[in-house]
Design a protein around this ligand. Structure first.
Ligand SMILES: O=c1ccn([C@@H]2O[C@H](COP(=O)(O)OP(=O)(O)O[C@H]3O[C@H](CO)[C@@H](O)[C@H](O)[C@H]3O)[C@@H](O)[C@H]2O)c(=O)[nH]1
Ligand SMILES: O=C(O)[C@H](O)COP(=O)(O)O
Length: 473
């Protein structure tokens, strides 16, 4: 690695002064401009370690001016929320406007030196905002030198006040409305909050041929019930043909076929239909659904999902997320939301409903909602139900009345690609209808699939009509 001043991509910019580190004492001469001291430019991967504020903001300008398109930014999580706000406003929000790709990592090391020790070897250059006072710059540089061998650049912004109000709303929501199940593991606290709120809670378990996993899911839910955190556990089945029903009954919980619940309202197939009918089998104030195919179920799925709503009365809707390691041949283990999530839901959300882009797993079926919110919703009978609930929960109040919770790792049975394609089609239909994209005309709802093999063609066509249910309230 050879650092060189000659290689700095811009030297003639009057607004950004780049000086060799040896000229560190000259920084105060440039009060109106951005001024940086550096070991020199080195090609290769670069990153910034930023706390926030006008100097951190100026680091972004220097990097962007230097032609960096992909910003890797590391940040030590602040203990004081106001300081975190400064980071969101001065770094996160502008970064998205300056770079094509932004990769921000919140870290929890005790000091930036510990952080740099762990990441330094991946980067040829590291950028930092200069500390507050000129007299602190040289000591900081020396400390950084001890833990990092690459080129160091310290940037000081023009001396001016910055208005930090223009934060990045999504990141702010993510930070304040993303919870950890482990934070709600004290039953006495949850019981006390539940008592204060005066709410009854029902767990609804939707099932369709889940004999392998349903027993364990029920047992785990019963453990949480014994702690007094939930009141009812109800299984709603979609005409399973295996032993699901017998297993559920053997645990002594109420079991329903969704076709038999309020039959006068008709009956449709689908997970959404089972969720819609749930409101008729319980008078609970909070309804929470947990899928019955989860192999890795633990009590925290239940208390984690409910914890944020019990401890933050303003939260009316809670959605679980999980780590779902997917093995990808090219790259090994990748953390992803699931195939439909990554290929359909996330791109769609970022295009048409960017306010929901903070949701890690928008399609997750482990959700809890206040009954009165549910009763005001339109519910599609099919797999579009999770997106429909999420969109409407946010519409009813605001993004801030909704949250997500990390429930740990999920291993569950996976559909084949055709099954996922059908599910994606249902979700597209629902989301397009919610957006009103169909206008006066109905959306085409036939999923046609033409197969070709050795000169022969085969056509499959399947209709997926979206049935919308409502409670007539
Ligand atoms: O008609 C049905 C279909 C499924 N299920 C149950 O619903 C849960 C989830 O169904 P599954 O087919 O395993 O869904 P996934 O393929 O895992 O789909 C994901 O994405 C869907 C769309 O967002 C969500 O509804 C799911 O909960 C979520 O796990 C399981 O307990 C099923 O037994 C029913 O009760 N009735
Ligand atoms: O959430 C999703 O995207 C679907 O449930 C598919 O998940 P999978 O790719 O983990 O099977």
């Amino acid at each position: 690695m050879t650092a060189s001043m000659e290689k700095w991509p811009f030297q003639g910019n009057q607004q950004i002064i780049i000086k060799d580190i040896a000229d560190i004492t000259e920084l105060p001469n440039y009060r109106e401009q951005i001024a940086a001291v550096t070991d020199g430019w080195v090609d290769g991967p670069v990153a910034a370690v930023l706390r926030g504020g006008s100097n951190a903001r100026s680091v972004l300008d220097v990097m962007a001016q230097a032609g960096i398109k992909e910003a890797h930014i590391y940040h030590l999580e602040e203990k004081i929320p106001q300081l975190e706000e400064v980071f969101l406003s001065s770094v996160v929000a502008p970064a998205h406007t300056l770079f094509d790709n932004v990769n921000i990592t919140w870290r929890r090391e005790a000091t930036i030196f510990d952080l740099i020790k762990s990441i330094g070897s991946h980067y040829n250059m590291l950028f930092f905002g200069a500390p507050l006072a000129q007299s602190e710059i040289d000591p900081l540089y020396k400390q950084l030198r001890q833990v990092y061998e690459g080129s160091i650049t310290l940037v000081r912004g023009p001396v001016q006040d910055i208005d930090f109000d223009q934060g990045d709303a999504i990141y702010r929501w993510v930070r304040e409305r993303t919870f950890e199940a482990a934070d709600f593991s004290l039953p006495s606290v949850l019981r006390a909050c539940k008592k204060n709120l005066g709410v009854k809670i029902a767990i609804i378990l939707p099932s369709l041929n889940e004999e392998k996993t349903v027993g364990n899911v029920i047992k785990t839910a019963l453990e949480v019930k014994d702690e007094g955190v939930i009141d009812d556990i109800i299984l709603i089945d979609s005409n399973s043909t295996d032993n699901t029903i017998a297993i559920a009954k053997s645990h002594g919980i109420p079991v329903y076929q969704h076709t038999e619940i309020v039959p006068e309202q008709g009956s449709y197939r689908g997970k959404g239909e089972a969720m819609f009918k749930s409101a008729y089998v319980t008078d609970a104030d909070i309804l929470a659904w947990v899928d019955t195919d989860i192999e890795t179920i633990t009590p925290r799925f239940f208390y984690g999902l409910l914890g944020p709503m019990l401890t933050h009365p303003e939260i009316k809707f809670s959605k679980g997320y999980f780590s779902r390691p997917v093995r990808v041949e090219a790259t090994g283990l990748e953390l992803g939301g699931g195939r439909v999530t990554e290929i359909l839901a996330r791109p769609w959300i970022n295009t048409f409903s960017p306010e929901l882009s903070g949701y890690i797993q928008p399609l997750a079926g482990t959700v809890a909602i206040y009954r009165d919110c549910l009763l005001r919703m339109r519910i599609p009978a099919n797999y579009g139900v999770e997106m429909a609930m999420l969109v409407q929960a946010v519409e009813q109040a605001s993004l801030w009345s909704t949250c997500q919770v990390n429930l740990g790792e999920v291993i569950h049975k996976s559909k084949g690609v055709i099954g996922l394609s059908e599910m994606a089609f249902q979700i597209i239909q629902v989301m397009a209808e919610l957006k009103g994209f169909h206008g006066e005309q109905a959306l085409p709802n036939i999923l046609r699939r033409v197969y070709s093999a050795h000169g022969d063609f085969k056509i499959d066509a399947k209709r997926f009509s979206t049935v919308w249910r409502n409670y007539g309230t």
